[in-house]
Design a protein around this ligand. Structure first.
Ligand SMILES: NC(=O)c1ccc[n+]([C@@H]2O[C@H](COP(=O)([O-])OP(=O)(O)OC[C@H]3O[C@@H](n4cnc5c(N)ncnc54)[C@H](O)[C@@H]3O)[C@@H](O)[C@H]2O)c1
Length: 283
């Protein structure tokens, strides 16, 4: 029996900057030929050129993930340049703020369009290639898919939907050797996340926050999920947040305030007081 096919051709959406660029770079350095696709044409072409200057095989393509015709063009061009696609990474995303009541239909459609429909359209367009190569799909979700936060209504819904989509695709194509998984990062230090936090969240981001994830760490996780070692990993969420999603308040307390001692240390101090003050001593 022949072994698994080597994966060599990847397409990453949202690759002009931030996490998508981190993923594209990790794949390119792991010898993938990479198409970096983004709605920001100039930025994505510059990002691809920078990778080529590092000796990597990379091209930048303009793509609006919400447009089926754009997907058709990009996949066709990729096919004729490098042959069938065997790794699709859906990373393009937006994270607007809004509650259930303040979110209007336009915002709802924009967020679900990019974060959820965009991934579906990409998978649909890539499937012929993925099928021929027993390829793999990695969707970039968020810890917020399973740990919602007030004020992130359409984002949380879109990422929860992406988790459903991930499982459905995994089930529909498992007989064909295609895998589909979702990476759920916690806070990742990207230029746009800095802007968002300055405006809506934590002005002390990133200096004041501990346990931030880096784009390089997300890239390394994608390289792993696409490797032969991960052939049996299908339909899962890979949390990439130092375990914060299982901590209290979705990890916010643990994330906060780098200047304070870590939780465990503070707990040790508390226990020492309790033991000496109230517990009976044992022989
Ligand atoms: N930064 C974080 O803390 C964090 C945490 C968890 C998950 N995520 C997810 O990771 C992904 C990337 O986040 P980031 O911080 O790097 O964001 P970013 O804003 O830096 O990058 C997102 C990219 O997507 C592109 N994009 C937006 N709409 C598009 C469209 N219609 N078609 C094609 N491209 C489009 C943008 O031009 C941009 O280059 C998003 O899906 C986000 O939800 C981010």
């Amino acid at each position: 029996m022949s072994g698994p096919l080597e994966r060599t051709v990847a397409l990453v959406t949202g690759a002009a900057q931030g996490i998508g660029l981190g993923i594209a770079r990790a794949l390119a350095l792991a010898s993938y030929k990479v198409v970096l696709a983004d709605i920001e044409q100039e930025l994505v072409e510059r990002a691809a050129a920078a990778l080529r200057a590092e000796g990597c095989q990379a091209v930048g393509e303009s793509l609006d993930v919400t447009r089926a015709d754009h997907w058709g063009r990009v996949v066709e061009q990729l096919d004729s340049r490098w042959g069938a696609l065997d790794l699709l990474v859906n990373c393009a995303g937006i994270s607007p703020r809004g509650t259930v009541e303040s979110t209007d239909e336009t915002l709802w459609e924009q967020t679900l369009g990019v974060n959820l429909k965009g991934a579906w359209l990409g998978i649909k367009a890539a499937l012929p290639g993925l099928r021929s190569r027993q390829g793999t799909i990695v969707n970039i979700g968020s810890t917020r898919a399973t740990r919602p936060m007030p004020g992130l209504f359409s984002y949380v819904v879109s990422k929860a939907g992406l988790w459903g989509l991930t499982q459905q695709v995994a089930v529909e194509y498992l007989a064909e050797g295609i895998t589909c998984n979702m990476i759920a990062p916690g806070w990742v230090d990207t230029p746009n996340e800095r802007r968002l936090q300055a405006r809506y969240g934590r002005p002390d981001f990133p200096e004041g926050i501990r346990n931030l994830t880096t784009p390089e760490e997300v890239g390394a996780a994608v390289v792993y999920l696409a490797s032969p070692h991960a052939r049996k990993i299908n339909g899962v969420i890979l949390y990439l947040d130092a375990g914060l999603h299982i901590a209290d308040d979705a990890g916010m307390v643990h994330l906060s305030d780098r200047s304070r001692p870590p939780f465990a240390q503070r707990l040790e101090n508390t226990e020492a007081t309790v033991v000496s003050g109230t517990r009976p001593s044992h022989p």
